[in-house]
Write a protein that binds this ligand. Structure first.
Ligand code: NAP
Length: 263
C-alpha cells in the first residue's frame, strides 16, 4: 500500500478522489490544503486523511500529487522543502514544464506530469501523462496504474502537453451543450426538452463513433442528408464561423498554457 499525498484540495483533487474511491484502490490518501473547510469536506466525503502541515504531508508521501493552480506551484514547492527520502511527484499544473518543476524541487524528487479531467469523478475519464526522460519504468507504471483507476491513460511527449490540455477539456462539451440547448429553447422547446435533446444529439453520436468502427466522415455523411435539415443547419453554423471560433479558442488556450510556463 502506498501513501498518495495531494497538495491542494480543490476541484480536481475532489474529482480524482471520487474516481479513486469508486475503484476501491488500496492506497492511503492524504490531502494538504490551506483551507480547513475544504479539508473537512474531503475527509467527510472520501474518508481521506488530512494534514494541515505542508512539510509533514510531504514527508509521508510515497507519491505526491501537486494539485494547486499553476501560479501557486513555485511558492508551494519552495515552502515544502526537500523531502528526506526519494519521492515520486506528479504535477497536474497546466502549462508548467518538467524543467521548471525539477529546477524548483529537484533530487530526491522524481517528476512526471498528468492531465486528468473532472470527468474522472465518474470513473470514465482520460488522463494524459508525460515523464522526464530519466524516470525509471517502474515509476512510470505506478503512475499509469494510479490514473488508470478512473479511466484511460495515454502517454504523450511533453512537447504536445499544452495542445492536449487545451483540446481535452470537458468544458468544451458543456459549452456546446449550453449553446445548442439555448438555441433549441429559442426555437420553441422548453428548457428540459432542449437540454435532453441537445445532450443526446452531442453525446450519443460521439459515443457511437468512439465505440464503433465507422469513420467520422462517414458518420457525418450518414447523419446529414444533402440538402436536408441537418446539412442546412451545419452549413449555416460553419458559414457563421463555427470552425473559426473553435480554432481561435484553442489558440487562445494554448497562449494561456504557455504563459503558465513563464510564471
Ligand atoms: N480543475 C480541472 O479541471 C483540472 C484538470 C486538470 C488539471 N488541473 C490542474 O490542477 C491544478 C488545480 O486545479 P483546481 O481546479 O483543482 O484548482 P483549485 O480548485 O483552485 O484547487 C487548488 C487548491 O489548492 C489550494 N492552494 C493553493 N496554494 C496553496 C498553498 N500554497 N498551500 C496550500 N494550499 C494551497 C487552493 O486554496 P485557495 O482556494 O485558498 O487558493 C485550493 O484549495 C491546476 O494547476 C490545474 O491546472 C485542473
Amino acid at each position: 500500500m502506498s501513501t498518495i499525498v495531494f497538495l491542494g484540495g480543490g476541484r480536481i483533487t475532489s474529482a480524482m478522489l471520487a474516481g479513486l474511491r469508486l475503484k476501491k484502490t488500496k492506497h492511503r490518501f492524504v490531502v494538504h490544503d490551506r483551507n480547513p473547510r475544504k479539508l473537512r469536506d474531503l475527509k467527510n466525503n472520501y474518508a481521506v486523511a488530512v494534514e494541515t502541515d505542508l512539510n509533514s504531508a510531504v514527508q509521508q508521501a510515497d507519491v505526491l500529487i501537486v494539485a494547486v493552480r499553476p501560479s501557486s506551484v513555485a511558492e508551494l514547492l519552495h515552502a515544502a522543502g526537500r523531502p528526506k527520502r526519494p519521492l515520486l511527484a506528479v504535477s497536474l499544473a497546466a502549462g508548467v514544464p518538467l524543467r521548471v518543476l525539477t529546477n524548483t524541487l529537484g533530487f530526491p524528487v522524481r517528476w512526471a506530469r498528468a492531465m486528468p479531467s473532472p470527468v474522472c469523478r465518474s470513473g470514465r475519464g482520460l488522463t494524459a501523462v508525460t515523464f522526464s526522460r530519466m524516470l525509471p519504468q517502474r515509476d512510470r507504471d505506478r503512475i499509469i496504474d494510479l490514473f488508470a483507476s478512473f479511466g484511460t491513460v495515454i502517454e504523450i511527449p511533453e512537447s504536445k502537453f499544452d495542445a492536449f490540455t487545451v483540446t481535452y477539456s470537458c468544458s468544451h462539451g458543456y459549452h456546446a451543450l449550453a449553446a445548442l440547448a439555448n438555441a433549441g429553447q429559442a426555437a420553441g422547446l422548453d428548457r428540459r426538452v432542449a437540454l435532453v435533446a441537445s445532450a443526446h444529439a452531442l453525446a450519443d453520436g460521439i459515443i457511437a463513433w468512439r465505440e464503433g468502427k465507422h469513420s467520422l466522415e462517414s458518420l457525418l455523411e450518414e447523419a446529414a442528408t444533402p440538402g436536408g435539415i441537418a446539412a442546412t443547419t451545419r452549413a449555416a453554423m460553419d458559414a457563421a464561423g463555427y470552425r473559426k471560433a473553435v480554432g481561435q479558442g484553442v489558440r487562445a488556450g494554448l497562449r494561456r498554457a504557455r504563459a503558465n510556463s513563464r510564471q
